[in-house]
Ligand binder design. Structure first.
Ligand code: DGJ
Length: 457
């Protein structure tokens, strides 16, 4: 402390050569700069531009909805068993992971409650029910895990790509994570983001060739697709690995159509580094970026793709260094970049964090947990899910869909989707110290709702 103060003093004294007013002038300039910056940000923020109707729509989605779930009474154990090994208290995560838990139906509601767009849903039409089974237009559960959405302006359709996991769950090794053999990348199309038609497997696993990246005993996760205006191609990037997650690479595939078939090109370690969970982000200027967890998930790396989007370039920055984050989902609002990430706990849920930056290459600042509502444990587990993508919506500025996976490690094909409204525009809960009390970023908020729908149609 002393050293710091001394330094401050000597700095001020030194500046006094030009008069005592100098630090004051600098201070005022800094303040004015920050003030105009903050003012500009607020003026830009979606909320000031909302119509009355949009404000009402926002306020419905921003209602805080509480959940009241209780831990069940601990099961009776014999006195001998209790003496042998005293049991630590059960947590909600234990219950979530326990297939025979009394709360199973809370986390994984059964078939009877499935969301089915083929039915006459009456007032329930277009409602998302996070965690429920979600059926496609043929009545089958949607299989598009770890996925992302592309809006294609040519066909005016949304395409949802993800991991098709409709196979048995098993462990390749005693200590290995639960897995399903690779079947391929699925694609579903929709006009309304609620009714989804299965377009089939657009990139299929390799059944026989054991040396192929897409060999069924390997790993293919988190596929994302973007469109390249220059080449006209749809470009898919995905995490490619072996069953032990040691290959840690990205794979690239291209197609002429959003509905495939995609032609697999190659895999590589991006920038020479291990890369696991990943995502793509295409900026307004057409430059696309790859963001991936690296150095054993310690850091994230970010770098632009080449013009064709089929490779990275030499440029790369390490971000969120030492923060151990994965499952990145990036989006942009009013010129600011935001990213949601999860912690690294395999298929178990953990706390989401939001990061923000003025420039996509960083520096990125961590600004807190976005989850609102539910209850404390819902907020500390991202509503028992892990983020995968943020869908930008046109129409209401500052409104997005947060897409997350509620993984079911006991039966991965029965993992559920948790889609919730995400808004940007409120002040942060805690102001970063160096902002001199002025807000530099807006709050990113994901609101828990048992059921909700997009406000405009
Ligand atoms: C967490 C990752 O986010 C998932 O995509 C998957 O790789 C699991 N780990 C595997 O344990």
């Amino acid at each position: 402390m002393r050293v710091k103060n001394k330094f401050k003093e000597s700095f001020i004294l030194h500046c006094n050569a030009g008069g005592r007013l100098f630090p004051l002038v600098i201070g005022c300039l800094l303040f004015l700069h920050l003030f105009s910056f903050a003012h500009q940000r607020y003026a830009q923020s979606g909320e000031t531009h909302l119509s009355t109707n949009q404000r009402t729509q926002f306020s419905i989605l921003e209602r805080v909805e509480e959940e009241n779930i209780q831990l069940p009474q601990p099961r009776k154990r014999s006195t001998r068993a209790a003496k042998r090994k005293p049991k630590r208290p059960t947590t909600f995560i234990d219950e979530f992971l326990d297939e025979s838990s009394q709360l199973r139906n809370v986390f994984f509601p059964d078939q009877r409650t499935a969301v089915d767009s083929r039915k006459d849903n009456g007032n329930d039409t277009y409602y998302y029910h996070p965690g429920r089974i979600w059926l496609d237009t043929e009545g089958n559960p949607i299989q598009a895990h770890g996925g992302g959405i592309l809006y294609d302006s040519r066909t005016k359709m949304y395409y949802w790509y993800g991991e098709y996991k409709d196979g048995p769950t098993y462990h390749a090794h005693k200590k290995g994570a639960a897995r399903v053999d690779v079947i391929g990348v699925s694609c579903y199309s929709s006009k309304d983001l609620w009714t989804w038609k299965n377009e089939g497997i657009v990139l299929a696993a390799e059944e026989k060739n054991e040396t192929h990246d897409l060999y069924k005993l390997n790993v293919l996760e988190r596929p994302k697709v973007i469109h390249n205006e220059k080449t006209g191609k749809y470009v898919m990037w995905m995490h490619i690995d072996d069953a032990n997650y040691t290959k840690a690479s990205v794979g690239v595939a291209i197609s002429d159509l959003p509905t495939g078939p995609f032609n697999y090109l190659y895999s590589k370690r991006s920038h020479g580094y291990d890369s696991r969970d990943m995502t793509l982000f295409k900026d307004d200027d057409g430059v696309a970026y790859l963001i991936y967890s690296s150095e054993h998930n310690k850091d994230l790396h970010i770098g632009p793709l080449n013009e064709e989007y089929i490779d990275v370039t030499e440029s790369m920055r390490k971000i969120l260094i030492g923060q151990h984050r994965e499952a990145p989902a990036l989006f942009k609002h009013q010129g600011t970049y935001y990213m949601i990430t999860s912690g690294c706990t395999s298929w178990s849920p953990n706390e989401a964090l939001v990061h923000a930056s003025e420039s996509i290459m960083g520096p990125w600042e961590t600004i807190g947990n976005p989850c609102i509502g539910g209850n404390k444990i819902f907020r500390l587990t991202t509503f028992f899910a892990q983020g995968t993508f943020v869908v930008p919506l046109s129409g209401v500025p500052g409104l997005f869909i947060f897409m997350a996976d509620r993984w079911n490690p006991a039966d991965l094909k029965d993992s559920r989707y948790v889609w919730l409204p995400l808004t940007v525009g409120r002040p942060l809960d805690h102001r970063p110290e160096y902002s001199f009390g002025l807000p530099l970023w807006s709050r990113v908020s994901i609101y828990w709702h048992k059921k909700w729908r997009l406000p405009y149609r």
